[in-house]
Design a protein around this ligand. Structure first.
Ligand SMILES: N[C@@H](CCC(=O)N[C@@H](CS)C(=O)NCC(=O)O)C(=O)O
Length: 215
């Protein structure tokens, strides 16, 4: 069988999620570094987003579709459950994260620190202050959810957790995110437990440019 190629940069939370699926299932893969909108990416993703994947002559875009393909095409522990309620809860949480939580925590909060549009290149305080209440609310929601069964979708580790962890990884590196996460006891224990998984540790991204500059 040809090996799987994940195309994208390691800093992307969505690229990391697909790599974590490979690690969880023991799928051999290569990471080919490519930024959004380069020809190799736009050839597969109509809007130029990463990750995209190649497996032999099969090309695919969108992280959740890639994760589903990897889960079905390869042996190893399933990351998408088949029991109807459990499967639906997994889908629900992937959708909630991808349609709202990623926008708050990555596209708005993290980017205001690492890709600020300020004249002097300093963190965009106005955006950070404006998004902090939503950030805290969404962290609170996750804390209450994982307090119930230990995971996002009930009491099993699923792709819902894989999809969320790379986002939390960034949120906790900045003061408002760290404070919100520290306030949630269940979330703290969830994060520490999942961050100890080999799939998470083996996919740790390099430090973002602006953070490296600041530290
Ligand atoms: N729905 C896409 C989102 C992927 C995405 O937003 N990737 C970011 C990097 S983390 C990207 O390519 N951004 C460039 C852009 O939106 O133009 C997926 O799940 O794969």
């Amino acid at each position: 069988m040809p090996s799987v190629e994940i195309i994208g940069i390691a800093q992307s939370n969505y690229v990391r999620a697909t790599r974590m699926v490979c690690e969880e299932k023991g799928i051999p893969y290569e990471l080919t570094a490519a930024r959004p909108h380069v020809p190799e990416v736009t050839a597969v993703h109509p809007f130029g987003k990463i990750p995209v994947m190649r497996h032999g002559d099969f090309e695919l875009c969108e992280s959740k579709a890639i994760a589903t393909y990897l889960d079905l095409a390869f042996p190893g522990p399933r990351v998408f459950p088949s029991e109807p309620r459990h499967a639906a809860l997994t889908e629900q949480w992937v959708s909630l994260v991808n349609t709202r939580i990623d926008a708050t925590m990555i596209r708005t909060y993290l980017f205001a620190y690492v890709f600020p549009k300020t004249a002097d290149g300093q963190p965009d305080r106005k955006t950070i202050d404006a998004v902090t209440p939503a950030l805290a609310d969404e962290i609170g929601l996750i804390d209450r959810t994982v307090a119930q069964g230990g995971y996002l979708a009930g009491d099993y580790f699923t792709y819902a957790d894989i999809n969320l962890m790379p986002i939390l990884y960034y949120v906790r590196q900045f003061p408002e995110g760290a404070a919100a996460m520290a306030a949630g006891k269940a979330l703290r224990s969830y994060y520490d437990r999942l961050a100890a998984r080999k799939s998470f540790m083996k996919t740790t991204p390099p430090v973002p440019r602006q953070q490296a500059k600041a530290s």
